[in-house]
Write a protein that binds this ligand. Structure first.
Ligand code: PMP
Length: 331
């Protein structure tokens, strides 16, 4: 009989698929995307949860009956909640209010508690999502804060799984790796592995929302979720990427919608952002180049935003169709 023992045994080994329509007329390179939404919790963050919890247990930071407290925009929370469930830990997640309600409901569906904090406060304010999670971690007995922004097991997970999978599946033909930068764990771990295994032949490209610190911004607000920062986390090693490409919200959201419409790939805004960065880099690449772009999560958590014409227009993304009358459709 072929079956997994538990749901967390199905994390990783996500497939690569080639892009056809959005690359047409833009590049002669092969552009492959890695579908991280096919992880059981729906994102690349499933990869880091198991290793972070294993290490905390080993180091005595998490004991039976303990509580996991983490500031997370949702995906890390799902990954942690899946592992916590299996091992009998409680989870409390702190989310900024810009995170969609559907995403927060996913966390509560997995049995976690969610605390919502305002986005429009300084990162060092006690009301910020960092400040609130610090206090909860301090005051709840038996609490453990994984801190994905500084936990070395984040990048290590990608070094041990994501990187080797890409090298294996491309049979070493990969020439460029592109990923969005949030905590920096994905690009640091995967990028480091691919540089090492290829004798430094693979070019590592980070994608960043315009305004975020990684591409020289000051942390100015942007709408794409899960990527960009207003500070420099230690999970990110700036020596790994060769280049960081800034992408606007408008470009990211437009590409996110095109991926769904033209490629049948329903993913989140940070995936659209990574594809835009890849196409910018691939414009000057040749037919022997093989780009791999990591798409961190699926699009269902964004149906009320990126895929909602009213929301898009309200935020000034004018390319969102206004909807058609019957007369127009029959004309
Ligand atoms: N996209 C989404 C939707 C995410 O949730 C995250 C994680 N914050 C990322 C991209 C970036 O991944 P990383 O934290 O490994 O840089």
């Amino acid at each position: 009989m072929k079956y997994a023992d538990t749901i967390v045994d199905l994390v990783g080994d996500t497939p690569l698929v080639k892009l056809h329509h959005v690359t047409e007329g833009v590049t002669s390179a092969t552009v492959l995307v890695k579908l991280e939404y096919l992880n059981p919790g729906g994102s690349s963050k499933d990869r880091i949860a198991g290793r972070i919890i294993d290490a905390a247990e080993r180091e005595g930071k998490l004991k039976p009956g303990g509580t996991i407290v983490e500031p997370t925009s949702g995906n890390t929370g799902v990954g942690l909640a899946l592992v916590a469930q299996q091992r009998g830990y409680k989870c409390i997640f702190v989310c900024p209010d810009k995170v969609g309600e559907d995403k927060r409901n996913v966390l509560t569906a997995y049995g976690a508690e969610v605390v919502v904090t305002p986005t429009a406060v300084a990162p060092d304010s006690p009301e910020s999502y960092y400040g609130v999670s610090d206090r909860l971690a301090r005051e709840i007995p038996g609490a453990f804060k994984p801190d994905q922004y500084s936990n070395p097991n984040g990048p290590r997970s990608h070094y041990e799984t994501t990187g080797p999978e890409i090298w294996r599946d491309t049979e070493g033909e990969i020439t460029h790796f592109v990923a969005g930068v949030g905590t920096g764990g994905t690009i640091t771990g995967t990028g480091r592995y691919l540089r090492e295994v290829s004798g430094d032949r693979v070019r590592i490209i980070g994608a960043d929302p315009e305004g975020s610190v990684y591409s020289g911004g000051t942390g100015r607000p942007y709408l794409v979720e899960g990527v960009g920062e207003d500070f420099w986390p230690t999970a990110y090693d700036p020596a790994v990427p060769h280049e960081i490409i800034a992408v606007s919200d408008a470009e990211s959201f437009d590409m996110t919608r095109r991926l769904a419409c033209e490629e049948g790939i329903l993913v989140g805004g940070s995936s659209g952002m990574a594809v835009v960065a890849a196409l910018k880099a691939a414009a000057s690449a040749g037919p022997d180049d093989v780009f791999v772009v990591l798409l961190p999560d699926g699009g269902r958590g964004y149906l009320g935003k990126i895929f909602n014409d009213k929301w898009m227009r309200a935020y000034g993304f004018s390319n969102a169709p206004a909807g058609h009358t019957i007369a127009e459709l029959l004309a």
